[in-house]
Design a protein around this ligand. Structure first.
Ligand SMILES: [Zn+2]
Length: 300
């Protein structure tokens, strides 16, 4: 492996192996649960959401996500597509292993009960437990295939979810590094939640809205000059903000600056956190300034 040419980095393969590892582990645990009478893949929420398959998928996909983050590999779209394909193959591989262990246990010769027979059997005979009591419900017949497809889909989507989180993390392509949190600052509304909370709920809504509007206007004013500015100016602007978070404020905007560990590429995100009329807390991103692809001035 050469380190002089960054395009020759190999960790993509290691990331892939990490993913295969967690997939094998997750599917093996499913198998153990199956042997003990618990079909995790068959857990459904609201009768239609394949929650079990999603969960197993998420566990399977952890390896890809952790591997790519730790090894600083940016996952390409092609990699993610390859991951979904692999997840589907993994799913069938797991079914095949179950099938093998089943015919071995029952001493059935494979020519009398093939793998496709097995797949038909588990689909058509699939049933949901009755809501009351432990009796199995009626077999689903043809509908069983639709549920199996949901299961496979749930598994594949689940396997992708952890990587999607990493996929969205700011990344410096030049240095092949994920950015690190570098500096944080806050601006707070002068309005305190303790005061706003005392208002009647009819008056609370406009009071909160006014606080949020004023705060957003201030943030826009502060961020405009640094939207395209180099790192030093951006850093200085954030250093001038409130370094400590005041939980009592009715609303606040948090500025998070992330920086490449090797160069000046950086990424600024502003998120608004505020109390709501029904006394909950809500957070959403209100601004993103990705300055990782702009060529940064060389520091001589
Ligand atoms: Zn960099």
């Amino acid at each position: 492996m050469s380190t002089s040419n960054p395009s020759l980095r190999q960790p993509g393969l290691i990331v892939y192996l990490c993913g295969l590892g967690t997939s094998a582990l997750a599917l093996w645990l499913v198998q153990i649960a199956n042997d003990n009478g618990e079909n995790i893949m068959g857990w459904y929420a609201n009768g239609i959401i394949p929650a079990g398959a999603l969960l197993v998928g998420i566990a399977s996909g952890l390896g890809y996500a952790i591997g790519s983050r730790l090894l600083h590999v940016k996952l390409s779209k092609a990699f993610v597509l390859g991951m979904i394909t692999t997840a589907i193959i993994d799913y069938f591989a797991a079914q095949y292993l179950t099938y093998l262990s089943l015919i071995e246990r029952m001493h059935i010769p494979p020519e009398r009960f093939g793998f496709t027979d097995y797949l038909r059997e588990i689909s058509e005979s699939m049933s949901f437990k009755k809501r009351y009591g432990s009796d199995a419900g009626e077999p689903l017949g043809g509908w069983g295939y639709a549920y199996k497809l949901l299961e496979i889909g749930g598994y594949a989507v689940g396997a992708m979810l952890p990587s999607l989180l990493v996929f969205g993390m700011p990344y410096c392509k030049n240095c092949q590094q994920y950015l690190k949190k570098h500096r944080t600052g806050h601006i707070h509304s002068p309005e305190q939640w303790a005061e706003v909370k005392k208002l009647k709920s009819k008056e609370r809504q406009p009071a909160l809205q006014a606080a949020i509007n004023a705060l957003t206007a201030r943030a826009n004013q502060l961020v405009a000059p640094i939207a395209r500015a180099p790192l030093t100016e951006t850093e200085a602007a954030i250093a001038a903000l409130d370094p400590t978070l005041q939980k009592g404020a009715a609303a606040r905007i948090t500025w998070v600056l992330k920086k490449c560990p090797r160069c000046d590429a950086h990424h600024l995100q502003l998120s608004l956190t505020h109390f709501t009329v029904d006394k909950k807390v809500a957070t959403n991103v209100v601004g993103t300034f990705d300055k990782t692809n702009v060529p940064q001035p060389e520091v001589a």
